[in-house]
Unconditional design. Structure first.
Length: 134
């Protein structure tokens, strides 16, 4: 079975369907690239997936190591480059305040998150900036 399907809806918009759950999301070209910017752009999804992947891997790490993980909110900023047009930098700020982790656990959490599958996929092709609040 496919992971997803993507249907072009016209006017630089797509409908993406997750095959197992049947959940759908719409993408739209950004306003600075001939679109309306009324939904996530494909590159917005890449940057957002990075933060989502980090938090998911941190959740798995915490579960496997019996570490309480009650709070994690990420803010994502994507900076585009040109020639060729691509994601140049992704800035991710994550607020972990409220978890009351000791410094050694904080370091392990950061290592786990920054080694997520999306990070490994993008590798050195995109500059990353991380900010953590504990």
């Amino acid at each position: 079975m496919s992971t997803s399907t993507v249907e072009y809806l016209g006017e630089l918009r797509t409908k993406c369907t997750h095959m197992k759950s049947r959940l759908e999301l719409i993408t739209d070209a950004p306003a600075d690239n001939n679109g309306k910017g009324e939904a996530f752009s494909p590159t917005d999804l890449v940057a957002t997936a990075y933060a989502s992947c980090m938090l998911t891997i941190i959740g798995i790490y915490c579960d496997n190591h019996h570490i309480s993980f009650d709070h994690g909110i990420a803010s994502v900023n994507k900076i585009m480059e040109s020639n060729p047009r691509r994601i140049g930098t992704i800035e991710i700020s994550i607020d972990f305040s409220g978890n009351n982790w000791e410094v050694d656990i904080q370091k392990r959490i950061i290592r786990a998150g920054e080694a997520c599958p999306v990070a490994k996929t993008l590798g050195d092709n995109v500059a990353m900036v991380f900010n953590y609040k504990f």
